[in-house]
Design a protein around this ligand. Structure first.
Ligand SMILES: Cc1cc2nc3c(=O)[nH]c(=O)nc-3n(C[C@H](O)[C@H](O)[C@H](O)COP(=O)(O)O)c2cc1C
Length: 312
């Protein structure tokens, strides 16, 4: 329970109450079904689904994962069974748990994003939409929606019109100034930010002289990404007054606390789930111990602490 031992782990983010501040990152927890055999889903503060697109998507050619010294490369792509099956099979099943669900919405055109986000909102079964803007816009020659603040803001504004639940926008770390991007997204009507998505990356098999990933390039996640995520959270939370969910290489409780202190109101665990499916319950207990030992009664006391102590 959130309040045992005098420490209260409950947080509220964009008006959504969470029993603890640890969510599972999009794409690293499936849509909960397989993981439910390994971990109690209700031990999570919240779950972010795998990306959902309008039509079923096959994803990228194998191999799709490559482990690096300090992280992992993936090129899963947007593999998913499409909106219709997600709404009939996965979301109703997930809604049977005491677990707020952020539905990660992806698309290849503004119209697709709008259609998927609108249907998710109308279903009444999701706590929030998480807009994955790291997708190629096929109507603009394949440049990513996240490349220009103006294009991102245009997309967010269109989705905002059709979504009645909190709208989070998930940003990659290496965007034009994080502050500029965060402001554009906030002005377009977002209710929160998810920070960060993976960094574009590549590895080469030098014996065979070929890329390690079937898609040639992929995204870097895991511990190597962590300080980048802390920096992104710091920059964004200093620029806009929006709740932030921090993610990137959270491996231990102190990784999570770093993100809180930099400005995140909750954190999400990603790659770690692949090697330790019960990571979140462990981190919850570690956080409880850290808070007791350091005299924090609520998570909120840690959120944005660096700025309250005068750091700029
Ligand atoms: C295998 C894998 C699949 C992912 N799929 C998605 C996805 O569908 N949508 C999305 O927004 N992010 C996706 N991500 C990014 C994660 O949600 C997260 O932002 C990123 O991995 C950083 O967190 P981590 O270092 O804790 O993994 C994926 C990451 C991994 C490793």
């Amino acid at each position: 329970m959130g309040t045992a031992e005098g420490v209260d782990l409950r947080v509220e983010i964009a008006g959504i109450p969470l029993k603890n501040p640890f969510l599972a990152c999009s794409g690293t927890f499936g849509n909960g079904r397989e993981m439910s055999e390994l971990v109690d889903l209700e031990a999570l503060g919240g779950l972010m689904t795998k990306a959902v697109t309008l039509e079923p998507c096959a994803g990228n050619p194998p191999p799709r994962l490559w482990e690096t010294r300090w992280g992992m490369l993936n090129s899963i792509g947007l593999e998913n069974k499409g909106l219709e099956r997600f709404l009939s099979e996965d979301l109703p099943w997930l809604s049977g748990f005491d677990l707020p669900v952020w539905v990660n919405v992806a698309g290849f055109s503004v119209r697709e994003y709008v259609e998927v986000a609108s249907a998710v909102s109308r279903s009444g079964l999701a706590a929030a939409v998480e807009l994955n803007i790291s997708c190629p816009n096929v109507e603009r020659g394949g440049a990513h929606f996240s490349r220009h603040p103006g294009e991102t803001a245009g997309l967010v504004a269109r989705v905002r019109e059709v979504v009645d639940i909190p709208l989070f926008v998930k940003l990659p770390p290496l965007t034009v100034g994080m502050g500029e991007m965060a402001r554009a997204v906030a002005e377009a009507g977002a209710d929160g930010l998810s920070l960060v998505n993976t960094i574009p990356a590549m590895a080469v098999d030098v014996e065979r002289a070929c890329p390690r990933l079937g898609n040639v390039t992929g995204g870097l996640s895991g511990p190597a990404l962590h300080p980048v995520a802390v920096h992104a959270v710091w920059e964004a939370s200093g620029s806009v007054d929006l709740p932030v969910i921090g993610m990137g290489g959270v491996w231990s409780c102190s990784d999570a606390v770093e993100l809180f202190m930099a400005g995140a109101g909750a954190v999400a665990v990603g790659t770690l789930n692949l090697v330790e499916p019960r990571a979140v319950p462990r981190l919850v207990e570690e956080l409880r111990g850290f808070m007791s030992a350091n005299g924090y009664l609520t998570v909120t006391e840690m959120v944005g602490l660096l700025r309250r102590k005068g750091w700029r």
